[in-house]
Design a protein around this ligand. Sequence first.
Ligand code: DLL
Length: 429
Amino acid sequence: MEQLYFNRREECLSRDEINLIQQERLLKLIRYAAGHCDFHRARFEAAGIDPEHFRGMEDLDKLPFLTKIDFREQYPDRMCCVSRDKIREMHMSSGTSGTPVVMLYTEHDLDQWAECMARCLRMAGVREHDVFQFTPGLGLFNGGFGCYHGGRKAGCFVIPAGPGNTPRQIKLAKDMHTNAMLCVVSYGARILEVMQEMKETLPDLRVGIFGAETFSEAMKERLRSGFGIDVFDIYGMTETGGIGTLGQDCSFHQGTHVWEDHYLAEIIDPATGKEVPDGTLGELVVTSLTREAIPVIRFRTGDLTKVLSRDRCECGRTHLRLAPIAGRVDDMLIIKGVNFFPSQIEQSLLKIPGVSTEYQLYIDDVDGMKKLYVKVEADSSVTGYTVSRQLKEDLGFAVDGEVVPPGSLPRTEGKARRVFQLHNGVAGK
Ligand code: DLL
């Protein structure tokens, strides 16, 4: 298999070179943040850290964690390390609590973002002059502009299709001979559904890149076989600078390569804050080593994953590989003493032939006892009993399943809402 790189030298550094780069950049970052931002200076002082005597990786665990709460408290720009005249762009995520998280970009930051995205595109097999159609909108959500900046840097013919009007989206992909498409996972599933309804095919499409939501192996397989393409899982977030900044899997699909010359990844036990050994599931903590306007230092992402390998991959890249995101720390459900994530239910449901990719989970608190109820779209060959039996087999406890006709659950063009809380059968917020 032909391997494509955007920046072969940096993507294939030796482990020693990565360690050296991370050490140098971390030292520089701590002095830079303390010298350019009152917020960081005060936090270092409170933690007893003197930036001039900070020893780098050896002292990493002495640095305080940064959280989403800090972003919200420092809204809109109190975590910024540069003057306003250096800012060129902003993005923002509203999250669930309502207070937005703002990310600001200097020219240098936009270039850093484009480089990370261009590396992801090449890693997925997207070549110069390929037609790259993306469906996240060009707005405050980072998904669209990340594709735009990265697609241009990678030398693609960029189609900023944005979300919505799915039949037109498919016609466009067909007429423009789109080679690669990028979507939020659930919108990718929607495009596939409409394409099949229209009895269309996209013969020029080779690559599908999806992200922004947990992405079960079963969903990947549906998209892979449905479109007849190679499927990639792209990762990133507003706080680290957006889509693609934290990497993606390569064509060997052995985990997410994190761009370690730009980001330092730690996995911690969310309860104790202590680092866990490779191979153990924990919360990803990220330090951005090369960002100028709003660098993050030990940012607790809330995402659960594990280190799969730090060895050179078959693709030649050396950057460490993470398991696909299992879910968010606060998404974990505990029902009848069993801990699990919504993505495990998705994995289980999609094993059943005839079940569509649309489902909803209802967690009903019945006088203090949590019960799970699953609604899923499927064709007439599937019954509620089939669904309950599959879930019982995979999760180990009884779940009520209801099958609804295809097309009856709401579709979204952005991130899908799958979990709903009930109280004695009545919906909350
Ligand atoms: O979702 C960036 C993005 C856009 C990534 C398009 C990929 C594709 P935020 O809105 O700030 O940014 O949300 C970030 O989404 O902390 C994860 O919980 C989740 N997430 C992002 N990518 C993945 C993925 C964008 N590949 C939050 N798998 C993150 C699982 C993901 N979860």
